[in-house]
Design a protein around this ligand. Structure first.
Ligand SMILES: NC(=O)c1ccc[n+]([C@@H]2O[C@H](COP(=O)([O-])OP(=O)(O)OC[C@H]3O[C@@H](n4cnc5c(N)ncnc54)[C@H](O)[C@@H]3O)[C@@H](O)[C@H]2O)c1
Length: 400
């Protein structure tokens, strides 16, 4: 009996302690859930305040960013050295299309020579990046303007380069290409007349079309299909030349006409669909080098610094008839493909696809005129120029 009562007491004791533990545990959970609920409630209640604080912080950060930008602008920017010219020698020079490939190199050369340079560009194919290293310089001005509309400024010289230059660009909007070369050129000639400025027109070897004479001299009248896919550009440049000589004859405007042949170099458009850029890009990206047609068609390429020297020599001369500015060293397209493949390496294959419509078969400038009247001829070898261009492409593709 005694034994049973002890057992019973132990049993009851265990039962009581178990229920005590269980209730404490359940009470704990209950307390914890109450606590969590309180935190949620607190967060929920303070959410509008948190949101307000966050918004305030963001606006303060933005304010600080603006102040930082203003401070950055106050820190003097460093520029390439610019020659000092006195007021008699210093000219105010307008470059239309100055944010483009050729134009931006001309900007560099004229800025370094000490002139005041005004760039006018609508950024259709040009980039602010091409001239940003001069922005803020006292001699430099950049105007966002479409030359199809008149422009009223005071300048001494005009280099008129604004026009899309590569087939994909000028074919994208043929009507605009014609307007730029006709109305745009008319506007620039009108400006030259009004302010008595000398104007240089950037014409092209395309005025010779698919030439029947070889090499092409300035006396050749050309072989252009007036309704083909390239006509908007070829005929656009031909009317630009016609307008230029009409202004020279009727209005006594001082004119220069440069017939530019294929040019390459840093800042050229990577996707302009032209031979040099296509081949370099294809080889660098191991996508293969694509040749249109058999590859026996020829081209002669000049390096951009040679062209810039030629344009300045022409402007400074007193020669008013058209002048070819190009490199007469001629290569077949197949040769170019092999040279570029050899320079870049990799395992790109050279592949041939169907020829392009109206693709000229031969191109080589006769540069006797430039040599005789400007004392100009190209200096940069194909190897040297291509190396610089390949380096530029590598930088742009972040391969260096
Ligand atoms: N690069 C060549 O191989 C080559 C050959 C022959 C002739 N050209 C001529 O040289 C000039 C410059 O050629 P590029 O290779 O530097 O071409 P690009 O396309 O790099 O430069 C042309 C510039 O003109 C600007 N532009 C175009 N339409 C305009 C408009 N309506 N108003 C204002 N700006 C406008 C573009 O934004 C661009 O900055 C062009 O007139 C071209 O026809 C070039």
């Amino acid at each position: 009996m005694l034994y049973l009562s002890i057992k019973y007491k132990i049993f009851v004791g265990l039962l009581v302690s178990a229920s005590l533990i269980a209730s404490t545990y359940l009470f704990g959970i209950h307390l914890a859930s109450l606590e969590t609920r309180d935190i949620y409630k607190e967060v929920y209640n303070s959410a509008p305040q948190l949101k307000k604080d966050l918004e305030e912080a963001i606006s303060r950060v933005r304010g600080l960013e603006e102040k930082l930008r203003a401070v950055e602008l106050m820190v003097p920017k460093t520029y390439d050295e610019v020659t000092y010219l006195n007021y008699l020698k210093k000219k105010r020079i307008l470059i239309t299309g100055g944010a483009g490939f050729v134009g931006s190199h001309l900007v560099d050369k004229l800025m370094k020579s000490g002139h005041d340079v005004v760039v006018v560009d609508n950024f259709f194919t040009g980039r602010r990046k091409n001239v940003e290293h001069w922005i803020g310089h006292a001699n430099f001005e950049l105007i966002h303007h479409d030359i199809v509309n008149p422009l009223y400024i005071e300048v001494d010289k005009i280099y008129h380069l604004a026009s899309p230059a590569s087939p994909p660009h000028y074919m994208e909007n043929p009507v605009k290409t014609i307007k730029t070369n006709s109305l745009g050129t008319l506007n620039m000639l009108g400006l030259a007349k009004r302010v008595n400025a000398t104007i240089l027109i950037a014409s092209t070897s395309e005025v010779y079309g698919d030439p029947e004479v070889h090499p092409q001299s300035e006396t050749y009248w050309g072989h252009v299909n007036p309704i083909g896919p390239r006509a908007c550009y070829d005929e656009g440049k031909r009317i630009a030349e016609t307008l230029t000589y009409a202004y020279a004859k009727m209005e006594d405007v001082e004119v220069r006409v440069a017939r530019i042949f294929n040019t390459y170099g840093p800042r050229m458009h990577m996707n302009d669909g032209r031979v040099v850029s296509n081949f370099i890009l294809g080889a660098l990206q191991n996508n293969g080098i694509t040749v249109y047609g058999g590859g026996q068609q020829t081209r002669s390429f000049q390096y951009v610094s040679d062209l810039v020297d030629g344009l300045i020599a022409l402007m400074e001369s007193n020669y008013t008839l058209p002048v070819n500015i190009g490199n007469p060293s001629e290569h077949t397209i197949n040769e170019f493909a092999t040279i570029i493949k050899g320079m870049i390496g990799g395992n790109s294959e050279i592949k041939h696809i169907a020829a392009m419509e109206d693709d000229p078969q031969k191109r080589k400038p006769d540069i006797k005129r430039a040599k005789e009247y400007l004392g100009w001829e190209p200096k940069v070898s194909l190897n040297e120029g291509l190396k610089k261009t390949v380096d530029y492409f590598k930088q742009e593709l972040k391969l260096m």
